[in-house]
Ligand binder design. Structure first.
Ligand code: AMP
Length: 582
């Protein structure tokens, strides 16, 4: 890719988007050609293509794969084998994706220039926003960004989430001052790994600069709500800091201490103003009062994050638009929202054809991938559902991302689509993504603990409860034999089942629970005998077939949830955090 093009900003960036999308087909061809030119010698591609760089042969001979197919190769790289196994360029890091395989984070190869591609997409966001909201260079953005702990592979490659990689990069840390991206959070508070200290200092800065803040945000809606919750619990401490000019003694991180010493000054009047606003019982609409000049909240509210829209609207009094700017993953960044002020339900992302080579596997609505061959970006049909398939520069070839999207239209030649869902994921609160298989494994492990009480699990289903912050997983369990359930299991047995399930859930779930604190303790709600029969009756009465009925392993909301909740006999919470090690 042309390095200069990646540096365009402002108006020029938008012109470049027009050019890119007008020639989407051609650019995709060039991207695939370039990927093959650089990577045809890799052991992986050579096995299928025998040295050919022909694009059609690539699509004919290279298989469409999922993570489990390539996991052994990635593990070999992690263990020190040469990058030429899969990539023509040195692999500089492995990105820990929030998807898991067998309970562990998936690792995605990444090469040095990938950071340019990500920066390119970030640099488009403000020019797009400026077209819709004016004056954003006249104040600050309270964006709450966080890094996570990183590990290193046996071969010494960093293994970390893509955003952590970005915030730690030169591109972020040494960015020139940009009045359109003037953050309230000093970089050192963002780069602090201890999440509660980072959150405390970032919110404190947001309060100090409250009259300058023009927009609020975080990457995902869940993180932003968690920050509001944190503020509800800690505003008194923050007000003391602002009043006295002394930082709370619980903040010990040297980076935070240094950064805050430049920002924090005694300001009793500001402290009183904030106390007055925060001390009231009901926090509905508080965001517009604490940050009276805020024009919008930038958080992703599409996909599983849409469950947080009511809570965000509550805290903003419905007065701040919710803006989902982009769609990205560890494997590749995908696209941007060219109409950022539209309603969350109408958000469509425009695919940027220079990010990677994209194919689309057609999906029958609500079912698996149909047998049709994947189609290229310019051949997708409006209204149809597809699973995204990515071929990138770093060693992923025809890789299924696992996201289902629906094409809503085109911007020039580039498709625009709604994010529908992550395939197979049934539970998600924050960045955790629990599949039916993950859940089944955890239940299978926990239910063994019932055996000494001569009880067994009859049926189960689950629900992501986000009515409180942080949200948590709820499991509805019906246990038998029906005659003995009056002898309900001892509390300690059920609590042990909760803890056991948590320990058996994926790596990302356990990190969210124990380190990020972005997911609350798992809850098991015991339901009375016959509940799952009643659930089936409900489905049949709504037109479902008895023959084909399968207990849904995830409940979204509505009547089924009401039915289950109305039959709860007792509930239990996990008594401790699961173990998670960096
Ligand atoms: P990760 O690989 O951990 O970075 O997670 C990437 C995944 O997050 C994507 O594949 C999507 O499932 C989800 N995601 C990212 N951006 C969005 C978005 N704008 N709307 C909905 N889901 C998203």
């Amino acid at each position: 890719m042309d390095g200069k093009k990646l540096e365009y900003k402002g108006e020029k960036a938008l012109e470049e988007v027009e050019k890119l999308t007008m020639n989407a087909g051609e650019i995709q061809d060039q991207i695939l050609e370039e990927i093959l030119r650089r990577n045809w010698r890799t052991e992986y591609l050579y096995e299928y293509l025998r040295g050919s760089r022909n694009k059609e042969e690539f699509k004919r001979r290279v298989p469409v794969v999922s993570y489990d197919d390539i996991k052994p190769l990635i593990q070999r790289i992690a263990n020190g084998e040469h990058y030429s196994l899969i990539s023509g360029d040195p692999i500089t890091e492995l990105l820990t994706s929030s998807g898991t395989s067998g309970g562990e984070s998936k690792l995605m190869p990444s090469i040095a220039e990938d950071i340019d591609r990500r920066t390119y997409l970030y640099n488009l966001l403000m020019p797009i926003m400026n077209k819709h909201v004016s004056g954003l260079d006249m104040g600050k953005a309270m964006y709450l960004y966080f890094v996570k702990a990183e590990t290193s592979t046996p071969s010494g490659l960093p293994a970390r989430p893509v955003l952590t990689s970005y915030y730690k990069s030169e591109h972020f840390r040494h960015r020139p001052f940009d009045p359109y991206n003037n953050l309230t959070s000093p970089d050192k508070t963002i780069l602090c790994q201890e999440i509660s200290q980072s959150m405390y200092c970032q919110l404190l800065c947001g309060l100090i600069f409250r009259q300058k803040v023009l927009r609020l945000g975080a990457v995902f809606a869940s993180a932003f709500l968690r920050a509001i919750n944190f503020l509800e619990q800690n505003w008194q401490r923050m007000c003391v800091d602002i009043e006295t000019g002394n930082l709370d003694p619980l903040i010990t991180d040297p980076g935070c201490l240094e950064a805050m010493s430049r920002v924090l000054r005694p300001d009793p009047q500001l402290s009183t103003e904030i106390s007055r606003l925060c001390e009231r019982e009901c926090w509905g609409g508080i965001l517009c009062e604490l940050w009276p000049k805020a024009k919008y909240i930038e958080v992703i509210v599409t996909g599983s994050m849409s469950q947080y829209i009511p809570a965000l609207n509550y805290y903003s009094g419905g007065r701040l638009p919710l803006v989902s700017t982009m769609y990205a993953s560890s494997e590749s960044y995908f696209g941007v929202n060219l109409e950022p002020l539209c309603e969350p339900a109408s958000v469509a992302y425009t695919l940027l054809p220079n990010m990677a080579y994209f194919e689309f596997a057609p999906i029958a609505k609500g079912e698996g991938t149909v047998s049709e061959e994947p189609v290229s970006l310019v051949d997708v049909e409006v209204g149809r559902f597809y699973e995204l398939i990515v071929t990138n520069f770093a060693g992923l070839y025809r890789y299924r991302i696992g996201d289902v999207v629906q094409v809503t239209g085109f911007h020039n030649q580039a498709p625009q689509f709604r994010f529908i869902c992550r395939r197979d994921v049934i539970l998600s609160i924050d960045t955790d993504k629990t599949t039916e298989e993950d859940l089944h494994r955890a239940v299978a492990s926990a239910k063994k603990l019932l055996e000494p009480s001569r009880l067994f699990l009859v049926e189960y289903t689950s629900y992501a409860d986000t009515s409180s912050i942080p949200g948590h997983y709820v499991l509805f369990w019906e246990i038998g034999p029906a005659t003995s359930v009056r002898l309900s299991p001892h509390n300690s047995v059920m609590e042990a089942c909760c803890a056991n399930m948590e320990q058996s859930l994926g790596d990302v779930y356990r990190r969210c629970r124990s380190t990020d604190k972005s997911v609350g303790p798992l809850e098991i709600r015991l339901v009375c005998p016959g509940t799952f029969d009643a659930l089936m009756d409900l489905s049949v009465s709504n037109g479902g077939s008895v023959n084909q009925y399968k207990t849904p392993r995830g409940i979204r909301s509505g009547l089924a949830l009401e039915l289950l909740n109305s039959r709860v006999t007792s509930n239990f919470l996990s008594p401790r955090d699961p173990m998670w090690m960096v």
